[in-house]
Design a protein. Structure first.
Length: 562
C-alpha cells in the first residue's frame, strides 16, 4: 500500500502537474513512464555527471541508478539528466586544459537550467571530478531547492616496485625522465599501473579536497567523502540519499539553510587541517557567492592561523584517501577540530541533524598516523596561506603543507604561458634560487586559468622543485607540491603587476609576513604600467571567448558575471 504524500512537498512541481490546463504536460510525463500516483509525489532531479572521458566519472551511472531507486523507494519521482565534465589529468599541459575551469560554469548553468526549467522540488547531484563538484554546488546554491551532493569516490593507488603510486607520481616521473633519471621503459611501466580503475585522483588533490569540504559543510551524507569508488558502500550511500531527500522535503530544509557563513568556516577549517588543494579557495569563494554568503580571501588566511594541520596525506604527506577512509574519514578530522572548539556544532546538515549531533555518533578517534590528534598536530597552522604585496595587491594562494620553503628571494625568470615554462624546466634552464614567473594564464588571460601540474611535476621530477619559487596567475592541481604560489591577482591580462615583472627583477616571498613583492619602486611600476599593452587573445569566440568577457578576478572565485 502506497503511503500518502504530503501535498506541500510539491512546492515547485505543482505548476507542472496540477489542473486541467496542465493536461498537456501530464501527457508528456506519462510518456516517460509516470502514472496517476506519481503526479502527487515530489519531483527530484538527479544531475548525473557520468562520462567516459575520465576515470573519475566513468562509473557514476551505477551510482546515479541507485539514487533513482532510492528516490522511488522513498515515495519520490526521480528525473535523471546528464551534463559535461573535463578531465584535468588528461588535458593537463595542452590547450584543452584552459577549458577546465570554464566547465565549472557550464556545469553549474546546465544543472540550474534543468532544475529551474522543469520545476523540480529537489536536486541530487552525483559527481566526482575536480570542476563538476564545485559546479554542482554552485547550482545547488543558486536553485535553493532541497539538495544532496553524492560523491563518486576516489581511485585506489597503483603499485610500482612494491610502492603505492598515483597520478602525481606520473607527472613527476615525466620530469625525472627528461633529465635521464629514469628510463622510458620505467616511465611506461609506471603509466600502466598508476591509475588502476575508476574513481577520482587518490590523494588530497582537488576532488577529495572538495568532497571533504562539501561533507564538512553539511551537504553530503556523513562519512561519504572518503569512501573509495569501488567500495559497495558508495551504492548504499547513493540509495540512502532518497530517504535523506524525502526528509529534507518534509522538513523544508533548503541549501541556504545549511550553507551558512558558519558552515563555510567549517569547510575551510577541514580543508586547512587536511592540507587540501589551493583550488578549494577558488571554488569555495564561488560557491559562497552563489549562496549569498560573504566570504573573502582574507577569511581563509585568518582561519589558517588558528587551524592545526593534522593529516599526512599526499601530495605533501604519505597517504591517500582510501587510507583516510580506513581510519574514519572526515568525521574524525572534524571531531579533532571540535575538541579544540574549532567547529561550529549548531550548523544544520542534510541529515536533518546538526553537525554536533552527527559527530556525537562517531566513535573513531585519531590514529596519529593518517590523522593526527590536535595535541600531535604536524603544524599549529593550516595548509594554505594568503600572501599580498606589490605583486599581488588582491592576494594570492600558497599551499604550505607541500613545502618547507617558507621564505625565498631570487631573480625572476619570466615566461608568458605554461608551455614555455614547462620546456624551460625540462631543458634545465631554471637554476636553484630562481623565481619562475608564469603569467597570462589567469581567468581572462588564459582564458580559463589552467592548472600547472605539468610544470610543478617537472620541477619535482628534475630535482629543483624545492630550490626555486614558482608564481603564476593560473592555478595548480591539487597534486602539485613545492614552493608554489597561484591565483596571483590582479592577473597579467588586466594589467596586474605580475604582467609588469621583467627578467632578472628580484622577487621576495615570506610566509610569516604573508608578503610577495618585487624589488622595484612604485614609480618604476607605474612607468611599466604606462608602457604595457594587453596581449591579443587567441580565444575571442565560442565558450572560451564568452567566458573571458564575463569572468571576474581569481580573488573573487573567478565567477562569471553579466
Amino acid at each position: 500500500m502506497t503511503t500518502a504524500v504530503r501535498p506541500d512537498l510539491k512546492k515547485k512541481s505543482r505548476v507542472v502537474t496540477d489542473g486541467p490546463d496542465r493536461a498537456g504536460a501530464r501527457a508528456m510525463l506519462r510518456a516517460t513512464g509516470l502514472g496517476d500516483e506519481d503526479m502527487d509525489k515530489p519531483f527530484v532531479a538527479i544531475g548525473n555527471l557520468a562520462s567516459d572521458v575520465t576515470p573519475c566519472n566513468v562509473h557514476l551511472d551505477r551510482q546515479a541508478r541507485r539514487v533513482k531507486e532510492g528516490l522511488r523507494a522513498a515515495n519520490s519521482v526521480p528525473f535523471m539528466f546528464g551534463t559535461i565534465t573535463i578531465s584535468d589529468g588528461i588535458s593537463m599541459g595542452t590547450e584543452g586544459m584552459k577549458a577546465s575551469l570554464v566547465s565549472r560554469e557550464v556545469i553549474a548553468d546546465s544543472i540550474e537550467t534543468v532544475t529551474f526549467g522543469e520545476s523540480m522540488d529537489g536536486l541530487i547531484v552525483v559527481a566526482a571530478c575536480d570542476k563538476n563538484m564545485p559546479g554542482a554546488m554552485m547550482a545547488i546554491a543558486r536553485c535553493n531547492v532541497p539538495s544532496i551532493f553524492v560523491y563518486g569516490g576516489a581511485i585506489l593507488p597503483g603499485s610500482w616496485n612494491g610502492e603505492d603510486i598515483n597520478i602525481q607520481d606520473m607527472y613527476e616521473a615525466i620530469g625525472a625522465y627528461s633529465q635521464g633519471k629514469i628510463t622510458l621503459d620505467e616511465l611506461i611501466g609506471m603509466e600502466r599501473v598508476a591509475c588502476p580503475g575508476e574513481g577520482a585522483c587518490a590523494g588530497m588533490f582537488t576532488a577529495n579536497t572538495m568532497s571533504s569540504a562539501i561533507e564538512a559543510m553539511g551537504m553530503s551524507i556523513p562519512g561519504a567523502a572518503s569512501v573509495p569508488a569501488i567500495d559497495p558502500r558508495n551504492e548504499r550511500i547513493a540509495f540512502d540519499s532518497g530517504a535523506v531527500m524525502y526528509n529534507l522535503l518534509e522538513k523544508d530544509i533548503e541549501p541556504r539553510d545549511i550553507m551558512t557563513r558558519e558552515a563555510f568556516e567549517n569547510a575551510i577549517r577541514v580543508v586547512l587541517a587536511m592540507g587540501g588543494s589551493t583550488n578549494a579557495v577558488l571554488h569555495l569563494l564561488a560557491i559562497a557567492h552563489e549562496a549569498r554568503v560573504p566570504l573573502t580571501l582574507d577569511d581563509f588566511d585568518a582561519l589558517s592561523r588558528t587551524t592545526p594541520y593534522i593529516t599526512d596525506l599526499r601530495p605533501g604527506g604519505r597517504f591517500v584517501m582510501s587510507d583516510m577512509d580506513k581510519v574514519g574519514g572526515v568525521p574524525v578530522v572534524m571531531k579533532e577540530l571540535q575538541s579544540a572548539g574549532l567547529i561550529h556544532e549548531d550548523c544544520m546538515t542534510v541529515t536533518g541533524k546538526t553537525v554536533g549531533e552527527n559527530l556525537a555518533e562517531i566513535g573513531e578517534t585519531a590514529d596519529n598516523r593518517v590523522i593526527y590528534s590536535i595535541a600531535n598536530a604536524k603544524s599549529p597552522t593550516g595548509g594554505l596561506v594568503i600572501l599580498k604585496g606589490n605583486l599581488a595587491p588582491e592576494g594570492c594562494v600558497m599551499k604550505v603543507s607541500g613545502t618547507q620553503r617558507l621564505r625565498h628571494q631570487g631573480p625572476a625568470r619570466v615566461y608568458d604561458g605554461e608551455r614555455a615554462a614547462f620546456e624551460a624546466v625540462t631543458r634545465g634552464e631554471i637554476q636553484p634560487g630562481d623565481v619562475l614567473v608564469l603569467r597570462y594564464e589567469g581567468p581572462k588571460g588564459g582564458p580559463g586559468m589552467q592548472e600547472m601540474l605539468s610544470v610543478t611535476g617537472a620541477m619535482m621530477g628534475t630535482g629543483i622543485g624545492e630550490d626555486i619559487l614558482l608564481m603564476t596567475d593560473g592555478r595548480f592541481s591539487g597534486a602539485s607540491r613545492g614552493p608554489i604560489i597561484g591565483h596571483v591577482a590582479p592577473e597579467a591580462a588586466v594589467g596586474g603587476p605580475i604582467g609588469l615583472v621583467r627578467e632578472g627583477d628580484t622577487i621576495s616571498m615570506d610566509v610569516e609576513s604573508r608578503t610577495l613583492d618585487v624589488d622595484i619602486s612604485a614609480e618604476e611600476m607605474e612607468r611599466r604600467r604606462r608602457d604595457w599593452q594587453p596581449p591579443e587573445s587567441r580565444h575571442t569566440t565560442g565558450v572560451m571567448g564568452k567566458y573571458a568577457r564575463l569572468v571576474s578576478s581569481a580573488s573573487l572565485g573567478a565567477v562569471t558575471t553579466a
